[in-house]
Structure formats: structure tokens, C-alpha cells
Design a protein around this ligand. Structure first.
Ligand SMILES: O=P(O)(O)OC[C@H]1O[C@H](OP(=O)(O)OP(=O)(O)O)[C@H](O)[C@@H]1O
Ligand code: HPA
Ligand SMILES: [Mg+2]
Length: 173
């Protein structure tokens, strides 16, 4: 995990916004599969952030075969630089279903440095990689995305947030 702290800007995504953007992603992917009818065989969510987007995409495109791949990322050697980010697969999707990934949509919430998708792409080179948000470093790793944000922006997802009381700007003396 990369921390929000060194990031200059924040981009806050509500559930509503996420739902709209995930639907936009589904519509963009509709009838773009490799078969004659353009259908996709399956959706695979990269856990955990890809699960809500993948569910919405699968619902919109009427795809009932849904699986997950669990990727854990960490900073190699305890370093802080994004370039030292490494990733490891903790749980794989069904092998027989996946093959080389042809006709499979692999969905994540965002691509940042691209390390997560780079690893999954090596495993399933013919899959189609889709994210809702993309930062410039990771863009070459993703086939379809909806919204680009700058590298120094931290995206805050609704599942990481909570509504909280805030003191009025002009508080009591
Ligand atoms: O392009 P990258 O630099 O690899 O970063 C993107 C990945 O980082 C986040 O997941 P994280 O590994 O933090 O786990 P989570 O989905 O369980 O929150 C995010 O959901 C992407 O999967
Ligand atoms: O911008 C981000 N937001 C949330 N999780 C992330 N994981 C990598 N980058 C991000
Ligand atoms: Mg993730």
C-alpha cells in the first residue's frame, strides 16, 4: 500500500460518483470482447479495491462468471519510493477458466504505479485490463479507464471514508 501522506492533492470519490464511473466503464467495454458477438467470458476483480467496480461492470454487462485475484503490494527493502513497489499474488482465479486471459475482463479501482497490473498482465497476457481511475505512471498497463488523475493526487474511495462532524469555521470563543 502507498500512503496518502506525500500526495499534494486529494480526489474524493463518493459512492454515487463511483457507481456512475463504474457504469461508464461498463458501457465503454460493452461489445468490445474478442468473440464475434463482442461478449466477455468472465470478470475478474483485483481484490480488494476492484471488487465493487467489478460487481457493477458484471451487473451492467450481464456477466455471471466472476472470480477474484488477490494481489498484495509492498515497498521492496522498506523503501518509500513508488518505483520500489513490488507485488505478489496471494490467491489466483480458477486456472481452467482463465487460460491466457482471452475474453476475460480484469477490473481494478485504479492504476497508480502500474506494479499490480504489471504482475497480473504477466500471468494473463491476453486479458483486457480496465480500471476506473488511472495515474500517468500506470496508464501504459491499462487498456481502458474512465478518469485520469495526476500522479501527485491521492484518490480517496468511499469504502475508506466516514462522515464526521466538523466544527464551524467560526467556532465559539
Ligand atoms: O498501480 P499500483 O501502484 O500497483 O497501485 C494500484 C493498486 O493499489 C491499490 O490496492 P492495494 O494494493 O492498496 O490493496 P487493496 O485493493 O486491498 O486496498 C489499488 O486498489 C490498486 O489495486
Ligand atoms: O490514490 C490512491 N488511492 C487509494 N489507494 C491507492 N493505492 C495506490 N494509489 C492509491
Ligand atoms: Mg487494490
Amino acid at each position: 500500500m502507498i500512503t496518502p501522506l506525500p500526495h499534494e492533492k486529494g480526489f474524493h470519490v463518493s459512492w454515487d460518483q463511483l457507481h456512475r464511473d463504474a457504469r461508464a466503464l461498463a458501457w465503454r467495454l460493452d461489445k468490445r470482447g474478442p468473440g464475434a458477438d463482442g461478449a466477455w467470458r468472465a470478470v475478474v476483480a483485483i481484490t480488494r479495491g476492484g471488487m465493487a467496480p467489478a460487481m457493477i461492470v458484471a451487473r451492467e454487462l450481464d456477466i455471471r462468471t466472476v472470480d477474484t485475484i488477490s494481489v498484495k503490494s509492498y515497498h521492496a527493502g522498506g523503501g518509500k519510493a513508488d518505483t520500489q513497489r513490488e507485488a505478489e499474488v496471494l490467491k489466483s482465479p480458477d486456472d481452467a477458466m482463465m487460460g491466457d486471459g482471452e475474453g476475460v475482463l480484469i477490473v481494478d479501482d485504479l492504476v497508480d504505479t502500474g506494479k499490480t497490473l504489471e504482475l497480473v498482465r504477466q500471468l494473463y497476457p491476453k486479458a483486457h485490463f480496465a480500471t476506473i481511475y488511472a495515474k500517468p505512471k500506470g496508464e501504459p498497463m491499462v487498456d481502458t479507464f474512465i478518469t485520469g488523475v495526476s500522479q501527485d493526487t491521492w484518490i480517496f474511495f468511499p469504502w475508506d471514508m466516514a462522515l464526521q462532524y466538523v466544527e464551524p469555521y467560526r467556532g465559539k470563543d
